[in-house]
Design a protein around this ligand. Structure first.
Ligand code: PHB
Length: 382
């Protein structure tokens, strides 16, 4: 039998950004991915809204969508108005988004998120300190809704609390399944909880979850295993950001740290690995993405600073199997159609990235207005 993770060229189709391709158990209409992006527009109870459904429905012609980071528990929250997947209200609310995307033939994965230390008592249940692998603060300030606050020193999770975190991710996956999501992406990037465990700059633990790279990767692997039990590995992806220093991240030997993580992930035969390749600021030691990519046996999604030409060349050369676009998707709901037509792109308005209403969210124009009208009809239908 063919093994899905050693797919031959025929399984994978044509090596073209705009051609259909297999990902895990799905056949996607193209190799374009909508990258996960925090938009801070969740409604009461941090539930998705009708606007959320419209926003994602408008972007349903991507090969697949990865939602914005969605906290798996109240403690996983680190920003105002980000959606969750831990209450029944949140599950019901997300169902409308999923149904709208599916009605348009799209695919959508939920990104499972826990921010760890990137939070503030003002955002935490009971006004408690945020939790982290170690009592080491990130630098800088955090927006708690009303004003910027300095980040505080978090509370180190006890050894006996880590199973609870794993259970939160598992419950999040279970809820995502109930909401109808096609799969889930584990957010292990950008300095949030799982990344805080992975890299030694934020993890000084002396138990089984700190010290060696095997120990620092343990939370990632336990979360992955528990989420796979809900969804099956062919519907689960993992996102990493080995180069990024965002959220005060650092590692003394990133090639070894992330090389080990990826090799350990290989045994699960995940749907994909999603790598944030470029971000500012960059972490210290040199890092060779090609080595990381070679070590992973499975579909590789590249993200960070790609335009059409770079994406197409990455697909053609086999450097990436899929390319995820962030900024372009904010301003171009019909990005796939624009790429196919060689059309000009709309420009995103950064002042509207975080929070606010439909302006800068669901009001970017389509090349063909009928595509936008169809998305609007299906997003309001039950
Ligand atoms: C952000 O809101 O700044 C943010 C959220 C999630 C990420 C990265 C950045 O993965």
């Amino acid at each position: 039998m063919n093994e899905p993770h050693h797919a031959c060229a025929a399984d994978q189709g044509i090596y073209d950004l705009l051609a259909p391709a297999a990902l895990g158990r799905y056949r996607l209409r193209n190799r374009i991915v909508m990258a996960p992006m925090t938009r801070n527009r969740a409604g009461p109870g941090n539930a998705a809204t009708a606007g959320t459904a419209l926003y994602y429905a408008q972007r349903a012609s991507a090969g697949f969508i990865v939602t914005e980071g969605t906290q798996v528990s109240p403690r996983g929250l680190g920003y105002p108005n980000t959606p969750g997947i831990h209450s029944q209200t949140q599950v019901n609310a997300w169902r409308r988004t999923v149904d709208a995307v599916h009605a348009l033939g799209g695919r959508i994965f939920l990104q499972l998120w826990h921010v760890g230390r990137i939070s503030h008592p003002a955002l935490q249940p009971g006004g408690e300190l945020p939790v982290a692998p170690s009592a080491l603060p990130a630098h800088g300030k955090i927006c708690t809704g009303r004003e910027l606050q300095p980040m505080l020193t978090p509370r180190a999770l006890g050894s006996d609390e880590i199973a609870d975190v794993v259970a939160e991710f598992r419950a999040g996956a279970n809820n995502a399944l109930a909401a109808g999501f096609d799969g889930v992406e584990i957010h292990a990037a950008n300095g949030y909880l799982i990344d805080q465990f992975l890299r030694d700059g934020s993890n000084r633990r002396t138990d089984a979850y700190g010290g060696t790279v095997e120990n620092r990767a343990r939370l990632l692997l336990e979360v992955t295993e528990s989420v796979i039990q809900i969804y099956g590995a062919d519907r689960v992806g993992v996102r990493l950001s080995p180069l990024s220093a965002y959220n005060s991240m650092a590692d003394s030997a990133p090639q070894a740290t992330f090389g080990h993580a990826v090799e350990a992930l290989n045994r699960y035969r995940l749907a994909y690995l999603h790598v944030v390749e470029v971000t500012e600021p960059q972490a210290g030691p040199a890092f060779d993405l090609a080595i990381l990519r070679q070590r992973f046996r499975g579909s590789y999604i590249a993200n960070g600073g790609y335009d059409y030409a770079r994406a197409q060349s990455a697909i053609v050369s086999g450097t990436a199997d899929f390319v995820a676009f962030g900024r372009y998707y904010i301003a171009n709901p019909d990005l796939a159609e624009r790429f196919a037509a060689g059309a000009a792109l709309n420009t995103a308005a950064p002042s509207r990235f975080h929070g606010g209403d439909a302006c800068g969210y669901t009001d970017y124009p389509f090349l063909d207005p009928r595509q936008g009208e169809q998305a609007a009809r299906l997003a309001v239908a039950d």
